[in-house]
Ligand binder design. Structure first.
Ligand SMILES: Cc1cc2nc3c(=O)[nH]c(=O)nc-3n(C[C@H](O)[C@H](O)[C@H](O)COP(=O)(O)OP(=O)(O)OC[C@H]3O[C@@H](n4cnc5c(N)ncnc54)[C@H](O)[C@@H]3O)c2cc1C
Length: 311
């Protein structure tokens, strides 16, 4: 056991630290190599201490949520991968609910519906955690999750906690300031209102049914790999919908494969994998699709998924 492992165990307990921990099983793609250390703090104080320890040892930190929007390199991730297991939800005052970073969006939706609190029911079926949703400003049916967020609790890379109003989070389509600052989400406060559980359940069911109809949910994927084109920066040829999936589809790549990875025949912005897939297979397919769309339509597709580790 290394000195760092011992120090991490002293913070989170032996069961919260693994050396050379395979990350594939902790992502929805199911591929990727090991983290030098995977650390799973269950309290804010432990998370703070892990970040301080990493800073003082000059170790890189990568934050992992449910792994539903990441591609982990086959070579894995150097340094500490921290997976906050903070699972608290509470109603702070009327109309405001605080959900900790490790709460899943589906868990939060269920909690709210059970208490007759409306606002997030259309987000039923969105994989991932509150932390991941804040980081990438998750979107569904033209809406961004940031529309529901009031404040966010963030830890700096030195482990210092701050409360940041949504207006200062740098939220945009698929983005937030966290891409630059590397702060860690501890919790988010969401705005809710009184609602009728049966009505909310019907909205949630409609979202789930829509996903089932339009997405290849029976196979491993990380959702959309590309962002949709930007109306300001991009020019999409007339007659093609402004969506990355439509562009990949019109480029003739539905069903295209690389090793164990394939562009889904159901939704061309999804790459699905079988048990033989490697991260390199997926990455090759992403670059092939990007190149085909660039060449045929002059549109530069930007990544929605996040790459972890060495490429
Ligand atoms: C079948 C399927 C359908 C999907 N549908 C949608 C959809 O409709 N809309 C949508 O927006 N996305 C969708 N996604 C993508 C994914 O669900 C979201 O991006 C989700 O918000 C990612 O959350 P996560 O916890 O899995 O984050 P991860 O994938 O673990 O991480 C994603 C990024 O967030 C960062 N991160 C995670 N936790 C924290 C934290 N606590 N603090 C700071 N940074 C953090 C990571 O470092 C990484 O950069 C889908 C994915 C799948 C597999």
């Amino acid at each position: 056991m290394t000195r760092v492992t011992g120090q991490l165990q002293a913070i989170v307990g032996p069961e919260g630290v693994s050396e050379r921990a395979p990350l594939g099983a902790r992502t929805t793609f199911g591929v990727g190599g090991p983290a030098d250390w995977l650390v799973e703090p269950r309290t804010v104080a432990a998370l703070e201490a892990v970040l301080r320890l990493a800073a003082s040892n000059d170790l890189p930190v990568t934050v992992l949520g449910e792994g539903s929007n990441v591609l982990v390199a086959d070579a894995g991730v150097r340094g500490i991968v921290v997976r906050p297991r903070l699972g608290g939800i509470s109603e702070l005052m009327s109309g405001r609910v605080r959900a900790e970073a490790g709460v899943t969006i589906n868990g939060l939706v269920r909690w709210l519906i059970g208490r007759g609190l409306a606002g997030l029911e259309a987000w039923a079926g969105t994989p991932g955690t509150v932390g991941g949703a804040v980081h990438g400003n998750a979107h569904y049916a033209g809406r961004n999750i940031s529309e529901h967020i009031v404040d966010v609790g963030l830890l700096s890379s030195q482990g210092v906690l701050g409360i940041v109003p949504a207006g200062e989070m740098g939220f945009g389509y698929d983005t937030s300031r966290l891409f630059d600052t590397k702060e860690v989400v501890v919790w988010a406060d969401v705005q809710v209102s009184a609602g009728e559980p049966d009505v909310m359940r019907a909205v949630a069911r409609a979202s789930l049914a829509h996903r089932k109809r339009t997405q290849p949910l029976h196979l491993p994927s990380a959702g959309c790999v590309f962002q949709n084109p930007d109306p300001v920066r991009d020019r999409v040829p007339v007659g093609i919908p402004w969506s990355a999936g439509a562009l990949v589809d019109r480029a003739g790549l539905k069903g295209a494969a690389s090793g164990g990875a394939m562009i889904s025949a159901t939704h061309a912005n999804f790459i699905v994998t079988d048990k033989t897939a490697t991260a390199a297979d997926i990455r090759r397919l992403i670059e092939r699709a990007r190149e085909a769309v660039r060449r045929q339509f002059g549109v530069e597709l930007r990544d929605e998924i996040v790459y972890f580790g060495e490429w």
